[in-house]
Write a protein that binds this ligand. Structure first.
Ligand code: ARG
Length: 228
């Protein structure tokens, strides 16, 4: 191990943005443990590769940069597979299907179709697919480092709506009874784990783990554990 290098051969470093329940969030008894669906997937990937998992928590829009700078080995962060991202990273097989959801305050009845998003003030997470999509509907988009902050802005009536991935949106909704969700006609998105381009060996072992977890019931057990 090189001094100052910080990475050794028996450690696999996963990058995430732990503000995205139930995929990755900070919690546990100590209150500073990073947990979630993606973290359990990442643990199994490391285990199958005979390595110890180390989790690096960072801003969502820093993940691809960190990956390509060699600071992390792979990304597990509810990241949607998009052609733009595929230009700079390689994705695993899709492991989860999601869609965008609209969150509004309960008294808001003004949003019933995607046409109603036109020129609304939309809060999103910086660099997310919600961010990119919101900008196709409105010029008035404010991006925050976390979905929590976007939701806070909505609760304070500073924005009309939040556009966010379905599962975390539902999880925010469960904690904020003054909000409701509106399901609009958005395309399906597929989450993938990302590795640097050309890291075929790691990508193959990730895909092998995903495949065996799907066939041996561990994947379904995770869905039950985190999505109920
Ligand atoms: N699925 C969306 C995307 O890829 C949002 C992911 C946000 N993930 C997170 N851990 N904050 O852009």
């Amino acid at each position: 191990l090189l001094a100052g290098c910080g990475k050794s051969d028996d450690v696999l470093v996963v990058g995430t943005n732990a503000t995205f329940p139930p995929f990755e969030y900070v919690g546990g008894v100590s209150g500073d443990e990073i947990k979630g669906f993606d973290i359990d997937l990442a643990k199994q990937i490391a285990k199958d590769a005979g390595k110890t998992l180390k989790v690096e928590n960072m801003n969502f829009d820093s993940l691809i940069v960190a990956l390509n700078a060699g600071k992390i080995d792979f990304i597990a962060s509810g990241m949607t597979i998009t052609p733009e991202r595929q230009a700079s990273v390689d994705f695993s097989a899709p492991y989860y299907e999601a869609t965008q959801l609209v969150l509004v305050n309960k008294d808001n009845t003004s949003i019933n179709s995607t046409d109603d998003l036109k020129d609304k003030h939309i809060a999103v997470q910086l660099g997310s697919t919600g961010d990119i999509m919101a900008k196709t509907y409105s010029q008035n988009v404010t991006a925050f480092n976390t979905g929590f902050e976007a939701v806070m802005e909505l609760k304070n009536n500073k924005v009309d709506l939040v556009l966010f991935d379905s599962e975390p949106a539902i999880s925010f909704l469960n904690k904020n009874p003054q909000l409701k969700m509106v399901k609009l006609d958005f395309d399906a998105e597929f989450y993938g784990l990302a590795v640097p381009k050309g890291k075929t060996e790691l990508l193959n072992s990730i895909n092998t783990t995903l495949k065996s977890m799907k066939s041996n019931g561990e994947y379904d057990a995770l869905v039950t554990k985190y999505m109920k």
